[in-house]
Write a protein that binds this ligand. Structure first.
Ligand code: UD1
Ligand code: MG
Length: 411
């Protein structure tokens, strides 16, 4: 690491040290506070356990990790910006404002995520929350006169030119990144350990990417992202330990939103939102697969998580049933498309009133994995989904970013 100086190195070591302490505090706090959450009615049943209706599991424990994360990031201000307190240095005001705006956006998102856990908001409202939370960041980006120009890939340059100034569309793109990252994690959920597990895999991938890029021209941006990723990983590992199968706690929408917003923020400020989105390949596939249900072309039950077969203690894909005549043309085409591509399995049958019914597995990659290799024990399913995240989210992205990209971009 040649580009960063000894001060940056000290800052990284300091960040790692306080992150370890922060992680240990989260680890201690969760068992201390979970009863309080249950008393405040923040609990849920672990739906895929044999004794599911007997044990209340504390919800929204992600808020503990998020709270400690924010404290760590506040402490980091004193160190990251201390160098510039020297009279001879020029204080980097724009960087400082960006740092604070990033924290404000994450903080707003945690608050709104927690509100969602308490109030159980409707889907249309849930989708909009990240839009509000991303405003501080977008407006600071605007006030700092940041570029809204994108470089086009080599193959299209003869037709469309070298670069495009997207103007206002760039802001739309950035808010969509925030909306996508948060919700994509929240809808790839329902198996113990999955929400926080995928977040940690993505965070580690961003961390590795930042470390590689520290030697490059944009080392400052990647250093910035690194300062966020280290405490994030440290504070969420204790949550994973307790949320892993069999879950002692649930992470809540708070954690999904907190994680998604943290990734969106570092991707936007670090100017690597495209690579960051590639780490979300499994989430992108899961989102595209979910479109028919999210946009009501096919009925979407409150929970799409897999269904337990209590006799063998293994999970099967969950099913949704509806009348064939209620299906519109577009819904039918989507059903056929995902059935031919083997993402879902459906069958037709006649009910007691002689109506033709359709019974289909829910449209998530969790159910797809069960269609392909189920029935599986919950922990095995979590492990397979983690492996998918590592192979198709992380390894594939590094291959695309450092090998395939040479065909599309100059560096
Ligand atoms: C999202 C999914 C929903 C999925 C749910 C599970 C969409 C559109 N929504 O909804 O299909 O069922 O997440 O989190 O895809 N739970 C378990 N085991 C787990 C995790 C959660 O049983 O490992 C149950 C618990 O009862 C828990 C509840 O799910 O209380 C939490 O659900 P919540 O996060 O509120 O659901 P959504 O995010 O709205
Ligand atoms: Mg959720």
């Amino acid at each position: 690491i040649s580009v960063i100086d000894h001060f940056d190195r000290f800052t990284i070591v300091f960040d790692i040290s306080i992150s370890i302490i922060g992680g240990l505090i989260v680890h201690q706090l969760i068992p201390m506070l979970k009863e309080k959450f249950i008393k405040a009615q923040l609990w849920g049943y672990d739906l895929n356990k044999r004794n599911s209706r007997e044990v209340k599991v504390a919800e929204s424990q992600g808020v503990i990790a998020a709270g400690i994360f924010l404290v760590l990031m506040f402490i980091m201000i004193a160190v990251v910006f201390a160098e510039h307190l020297h009279p001879e240095g020029v204080f980097p005001n724009h960087k400082f404002v960006e740092y604070l705006a990033a924290l404000l956006s994450i903080c707003c998102m945690v608050l709104l995520g927690f509100a969602d856990d308490v109030l159980d908001l409707r889907w249309s409202v849930k989708l909009l929350l990240p839009l509000f939370a991303s405003l501080p960041l977008l407006l600071v980006y605007f006030a700092n006169y940041h570029s809204t120009t994108i470089i086009l890939p080599k193959p299209v340059r003869p037709y469309l030119g070298q670069q495009w100034n997207l103007g206002i569309l760039y802001y739309v793109y950035m808010s969509m990144v925030a909306v996508f990252c948060t919700n994509a994690i929240n809808i790839l959920a329902g198996v113990n350990g999955l929400e926080v597990g995928q977040s940690i895999v993505i965070a580690c991938s961003i961390l590795v990417f930042n470390l590689i890029e520290l030697q490059g021209a944009n080392s400052e941006e990647h250093l910035f992202s690194l300062y966020f990723m280290i405490p994030f990983i440290a504070c969420t590992i204790p949550v994973l330990i307790r949320n892993w199968c069999p879950a002692e706690i649930f992470v809540g929408d708070t954690l999904c939103y907190f994680a998604g917003m943290t990734f969106a923020v570092v991707g936007i400020i670090g100017h690597f939102s495209k690579t960051m989105l590639l780490f979300f390949i499994p989430q992108i596939i899961n989102f595209l697969l979910s479109v028919p249900q999210l946009f009501k072309f096919i009925p979407c039950p409150r929970h799409r998580l897999p269904r337990l077969d209590p006799d063998v203690n293994k999970l099967n894909p969950s099913i949704v049933e509806f009348k064939k005549k209620d299906l519109k043309l577009l819904g039918w085409l989507m059903l056929r498309f995902f059935s031919i591509t083997k993402f879902i399995r459906y069958r037709e049958f006649t009910n007691n009133d002689n109506e033709i019914m359709i019974s289909t597995t829910n449209f998530t990659i969790i159910n797809t994995v069960l269609c392909w290799c189920g029935p599986l024990h919950e922990e095995t399913l979590s492990r397979i989904l983690m492996l998918i995240q590592i192979v198709f989210g992380s390894l594939l992205t590094f291959f695309i970013r450092y090998y395939l990209v040479t065909f599309f971009y100059d560096s």
